[in-house]
Design a protein around this ligand. Sequence first.
Ligand code: ZN
Length: 245
Amino acid sequence: MEVKANSPIKFDEWQEPQRILVILAHPDDPEFFMGATIAMWIQQGHKIDYLLLTKGERGLSEEYPNGEELKLVRQREQRSAADVLGVGEVDYFDLPDGFIEPSFENRKRLTAELRKRQPDIVVSSDPQTFFHRFYINHPDHRAAGLLTMEAVFPGAGNAGFYPEQLARGLKTTRICELWMSLTVDPNITLDVSDYWQIRFDALKKHASQIGDPASFEQKWNERRQETAESDGLYYEHFRRVILRV
Ligand SMILES: [Zn+2]
């Protein structure tokens, strides 16, 4: 099938079940950035785990004024949201929310994690400065994307990086693809209309962050109408980098 660059597709390219690792900054980022795609991939038989770099303790509100308590709430909410979609493990680095550093130390730690887990596909968020033309991208989203990119390439697959990790038994990776969500420069657009509802059901589990569920639902439906293309379908956009076939 000849697909024009970035024309919407129903994605079913992977013949074998893939092990997909989603690396993002905060609890709720996976569902907000790409929840419908996650649901679709799981339904297609792929296995998805999350590695979140913070526990989101700065998402405070009147109802949740304590960061340490909020960490526990958000982990519970994230587990419930992941269960709606069928995600496997949800793990955390517990870096300070709002202050993720794209440091060499964090890159090394993430590289070790990739070498331990050996995913086929890695997904993160584009480390861009702006998105949707009007918004400043959160510094943690930028840092998470940057760290992931740098750990995938040139870190995890290259024996010259962190040889001490290999000496203690870890193996270099053979990651096939890197996908970046939250991008203004997509090269692949997925028609995930069939998964709009399940994504919304997962998002609702993040009760500490979405406020009143009824007004969230109303806002969300308005947003769907705004973002839906003229054909009424719902898309998620990515920058897809194929590293090896
Ligand atoms: Zn976030």
